[in-house]
Each structure stands twice: as C-alpha cells, then as structure tokens.
Design a protein around this ligand. Sequence first.
Ligand code: SF4
Length: 292
Amino acid sequence: MDKGLARLKSALSGKWMKSTAVHESEKLAEVASYAVSRMILSYMRNRYLTNKFAVAEAKLAHSFFEKEGDGALGTISEELGISVKKENQSDRFVTIHGVNGILFVPLPAYLKFSPRSIDYKLVNRSVSNGFVSVNPHERRRLMEEAVRKKAGEIPQLRGGVPDSIKKAAENLKSDLPKIEPQSTVTFKEGDNPPCMEKLLESLKKHENLNHQSRWALAVYLTARGMSVEQIVSLYSNLPDFNEKITKYQVEHIKKRGYSVPSCATLLSYGICCADCRIGSPLNWKGKVWGAV
Ligand code: SF4
C-alpha cells in the first residue's frame, strides 16, 4: 500500500518511481504496488491523476525498454499489440524479435499507438503493403504510447472498497491541485474556432498535446489577450505539466510576439479540423459549430 501511494505521488509530481528492487520479494512488491495504484485510481475516478499516472508508467516502461535486449523487446511489443516485422527477400515480411535498423509495423497498430506529433503523421512516413517503417527508437516510442493507453484504462472496483484504499485516496487528495485550472478560462461556446476549441477540450480532459499544438494554442490565447498566468494555469491540466518550463515558454511567446499561425500552417501541423475559410483562427467571428 505504501509503495502504491508513493507511486501515485511520484506520478503527480511529474516523475516516475525508479525501480530499486533486487530480490524476488521486492520485485513482487513493486508489481503489487502497480495494482494498488490502480485500485486507488479506480476509487478516486480523477482523470487528472489517472493521466499523470499513465504518463509516468509509460516513461518508466520506456526506461526499461531501453535496457531490454532485442528478444524481450519483441515479446513485449507483441503483448502490447505491436507485432513488428522486418523485410525479408523470400517472404516479404517475417516476424522478428529484435533486429536493428528499419522495422515494419502493421498500419492499424501504427495508427493506434503513434504519438500525436507531426513526425509520426502518415504523410511523413514510408508506407508499403499495409506496413509503416519505423526505426528502433520509434518502435520504443510506439510501445510507450501503448503502455500509456493501457495504464490509463482503469476498470471500476468491484465489491466493497477496502478501508486502506479509502485512506490512501484521502492522503492523495491533499496533493491534488487546489485551483480548478480551467476556472480562469472565460470563453463561451462559439468564441473560438473548432481547431482551438478542440485543443481546449483536450486540455480540459487532461489529455496530452504535442509540441505544435501547445505552441499554437499558447500563441492564439496570447493574441486573444489571455495573461501568462492564465495560460500556465490552463496548461496545468496537461499530464506532464511543469510549471517552470511552461511559464518560461509562454513568457517567451509573449516577448517574441509570435503571429498566430495561419490555417494553412495549422493544416500542415494536423491541427485544423474544419473548413472555416477564414485564413487564420484569429478571423473567427463566433460562428456556430454546425454552420462551419
Ligand atoms: S480552417 Fe482555420 S480556423 Fe478553421 S479549424 Fe482549420 S485552422 Fe482552425
């Protein structure tokens, strides 16, 4: 129980718990602490905390992946639903368990687990015969994403909730952010174009945003007159939020006076999600969603 609680507290502070287990019993306790963390999360039903936990577990898994041999990586990859293959002369693709160089991931698995980043967009990838080529680092990144999704799916606790879980949840509540971050946002429905509204919605749901999305939204909000503090507060919804870095970046955006990216640029980033024909999100005049 103590380890489970510590695991969640580390996740809340944006870190992941380093493994210190040497003996078999210690390793088992670490595995058990993962289960306990999930029980506490299931009882609390707090999306913010669950997303922080999922990101921390994914980063921890990635740190393990980097140390794993090819054979183990292949097995774990299969278990996560990413059956990696390599090119083969006689039979175009064969399942492998670890080969350096270019690897091939089936398109459905790639689409399911690729990070929301411009580098992973299909238009920037080599796709052939239903497979997407990735390098070993990208394969580990897909696996990290698969772990994040898996760790973030918390089933409902069945039966009675043990007192120890309730006590741990009480303990954690005091560590959760006191201010409801989105309370400072005063936009009404229809105030923002669909692309920016979608990013704001993702933030409210504590979902991760890629670098381009964070940057574009911050530039847009700055242009709409939002203060650095308000934007930082809004970004505190992000599961990997770091106040110091976010504040520095938002202040930098304000100081440099970046222009809001055009719709064409946002389209190339994969952020545009409607055909508003206004050239820039700043030209949005409060239309109604159904009309676009
Ligand atoms: S057309 Fe422009 S304003 Fe509309 S969703 Fe796309 S990027 Fe946003």
